[in-house]
Design a protein around this ligand. Structure first.
Ligand code: FE2
Ligand code: FE2
Length: 289
């Protein structure tokens, strides 16, 4: 059996060291800081304690791969991502650690390219099948003879004050289409991972802009599973227009909604929702997939 741990949306709390004035004095971040102080801070305030507890949980189980579907930070500032990188140091050493950025990690366009790619360059796994040398995504990890994971970047900077939507580039969509047609993947159980959800429940300002095009590719290849974050609520649903089952990990640290998933892929496929019992992370019953 192959076991995969999937967590998302840690949103590590802001600290004085993670803030720099030139970065925070941009209009979208000024607004986000006010929102953080008024609304977000109480929800993620115990994030560091919970992260330590999650590390203890991680040490207590054996998994074949770890997927993080992004939103490690709040505003994608250099100091925030640097801090997140230090917190992920242990877990990111897993040989099959798969990391994706969320919209909060690529928050605004930066002069010298995204801080995320620079800071996490050693944590972004090299793809087992090369599609493009220009971008790390989509990347494929052939976990064993039975399971493959395809990581697709759906996040982008959103300079607009009111927009937090995602988009999968045309190049990536073509690459995912080609990958899912590859013999190495056709013979394996394929899990596609991305940050954004693929249903129609989200608004256009917050959801995946080209979800219909993405769904068409999942349907064309009869892809079994899509795993993602972005929505801070643990849930499963059937991806519209396809036979793909979606698993949203919710947020690992959001007060009252702490969650993650463990997927068991073998003769019988199952998923176990993880939750926070007030002192530690625990795993729930197996649900068949
Ligand atoms: Fe998030
Ligand atoms: Fe997000």
């Amino acid at each position: 059996m192959t076991r995969i741990l999937h967590f998302s949306d840690v949103h590590f709390p802001l600290s004085r060291n993670s803030v720099s004035l030139p970065e925070i004095l941009r209009p979208k971040r000024i607004l986000a800081s006010a929102n953080y102080l008024l609304r977000r801070r109480p929800k993620f305030i115990a994030g560091n304690t919970k992260w330590d507890a999650f590390n203890n949980f991680y040490k207590s189980i054996e998994v074949d791969a770890v997927i993080c579907t992004g939103d490690l930070s709040g505003m994608g500032m250099h100091g925030e991502l640097d801090y997140a990188q230090s917190k992920l140091e242990h877990i990111s050493k897993h040989p099959n650690f798969i990391l994706l950025p969320g919209n909060h990690d690529l928050y605004l366009p930066e002069k010298n390219g995204s801080h995320f790619y620079d800071i996490f360059k050693d944590s972004i796994t090299k793809s087992d099948i090369t599609i493009s040398d220009n971008t790390p995504y989509p990347l494929v990890k052939l976990i064993n003879d039975n399971v493959a994971i395809v990581a697709v970047n759906s996040a982008k900077p959103n300079p607009s004050l009111i927009r937090s939507s995602g988009n999968i580039s045309t190049e990536q969509l073509s690459a995912v289409d080609a990958l899912l047609n590859n013999d190495e993947l056709k013979t394996r159980h394929v899990i596609v991972a991305t940050h954004y959800n693929a249903d129609d429940e989200d608004t256009n300002l917050h959801g995946l802009e080209n979800r219909k095009e993405f769904r068409a590719i999942l349907a064309k290849h009869n892809c079994a599973m899509l795993v993602h974050g972005h929505i801070h609520k643990n849930q499963t649903y059937n991806v519209p227009d396809s036979n793909t089952k979606a698993f949203c990990a919710g947020s690992l640290t959001y007060k009252g909604r702490e969650s993650f998933w463990v997927y068991n892929i073998g003769e019988k496929n199952s998923a176990q929702a993880g939750s926070w019992d007030g002192a530690q992370y625990v795993l729930g019953e197996e649900q068949s997939i």
